[in-house]
Design a protein around this ligand. Structure first.
Ligand SMILES: Nc1ncnc2c1ncn2[C@@H]1O[C@H](COP(=O)(O)OP(=O)(O)OP(=O)(O)O)[C@@H](O)[C@H]1O
Ligand SMILES: [Mg+2]
Length: 321
């Protein structure tokens, strides 16, 4: 059952078209419209090279989940996603016995007069009766398939017991199924774990990963993202939107907007045929950016006017002559 242990690093670089340098990785990510500064690209590069899980933390909407999606695209492998939530358990995340098929098998054996209990038990607790869930699937993909990218998303939402369960998986790329034994990855997946930090993820798990904090992007980076993802937006509008959001993140908001909200906002304004920000179109679309009444109240008419004034300065300074 247990396949011979192999070095994760050797495995991964052999089996997937791993980038040869940080620059190459950055280029490939940008080709897939993901813009990573050098520190993040280095963390991703090392995670692939060393065969270690990458643990990404950061505010909501800063591009944590997207790292895994884009990685699977540039490596040409499947993305297996496990969305965490309170109460997530092994039967949903790892494997489950197919009870109805097991019952049916017993009935069929009974009917055929072949009910040897020991043999039946061995048979119905074999792989044929296993329902494979995302983590088992990631450890043991189909024959000939490249190691997938496994995304364990928003781990902070799962219970601590589940987090403890992950330790074996993340350090040895193996899963123990009592009735079968230990299933070890022949070729380990590339693993990305994300957290929004609604609770602290335990040290034991952090130690098994490479860690990177994704911050809100700089003006330049966010502008690059907007231009790449919403190319139809007028140049001036894109600059103003990014400058406005950057200003807004400095305010004492309950929930600061992430890149996701910036992109939604530009798209909304484009849909309204806006070519520049005005007090009116900002106010009427603020709900795309701010999702709490307290925040919408804080950004009142005076705040919008003040921000627009600063924005027009920033936007003019960034204008390409
Ligand atoms: N560096 C980046 N380059 C390109 N797109 C980005 C970047 N950062 C964020 N985005 C875009 O912003 C949006 C939000 O990203 P994503 O869903 O990965 O954020 P997240 O950190 O996982 O957020 P949440 O915590 O809410 O799950 C996506 O559309 C993503 O493409
Ligand atoms: Mg996410």
């Amino acid at each position: 059952m247990q396949s011979p242990p192999q070095s994760p690093a050797a495995d991964l670089s052999e089996s997937v078209a791993a980038p040869r340098s940080i620059e190459e990785l950055q280029e490939r990510l940008a080709g897939a419209l993901y813009f990573a500064e050098r520190s993040l690209a280095t963390a991703i590069f090392l995670a692939l090279r060393l065969g270690k899980p990458l643990f990404l933390e950061g505010e909501p909407g800063v591009g944590k989940t997207q790292v895994a999606k884009v990685l699977s695209a540039i490596l040409g492998t499947r993305l297996i996603r496990l969305q965490c939530y309170e109460g997530l358990d092994v039967s949903t995340a790892v494997y489950e016995w197919d009870y109805s098929r097991q019952m049916l098998e017993i009935r069929l054996r009974e009917a055929a007069g072949q009910l040897d209990l020991g043999a039946a038990r061995r048979n119905i607790f074999s792989r044929d009766f296993l329902l494979r869930r995302p983590l088992l699937e990631a450890i043991e993909p189909s024959d000939g398939e490249r190691p997938p990218v496994l995304l364990i998303d928003e781990l902070d939402r799962a219970d601590e017991e589940f987090e403890a369960y992950l330790l074996e998986l993340l350090s040895d790329f193996q899963i123990t199924i009592p009735e079968i034994g230990t299933v070890r990855a022949r070729r380990p997946p590339a693993v990305v774990v994300t957290s929004n930090r609604t609770r602290e993820v335990h040290d034991a798990l952090r130690r098994r990963c490479l860690y990177h904090w994704i911050d809100y992007p700089s003006f330049e980076k966010e502008h690059q993202i907007v231009v790449a993802k919403v190319p139809e937006a007028p140049a001036r509008l894109s600059r103003e939107v990014v400058a406005f959001v950057q200003e807004l993140r400095e305010a004492d908001l309950y929930k600061r907007p992430g890149v996701a909200e910036t992109l939604d906002w530009v798209q909304a304004l484009v849909a309204l045929d806006a070519t520049t920000l005005t007090a009116e179109n900002v106010r009427s679309t603020l709900g795309v950016l701010l999702k709490y009444q307290e925040d919408v109240e804080l950004v009142d008419d005076a705040a919008v006017a003040r921000t627009l004034e600063r924005v027009s300065g920033v936007s003019r300074a960034q204008e390409v002559p």
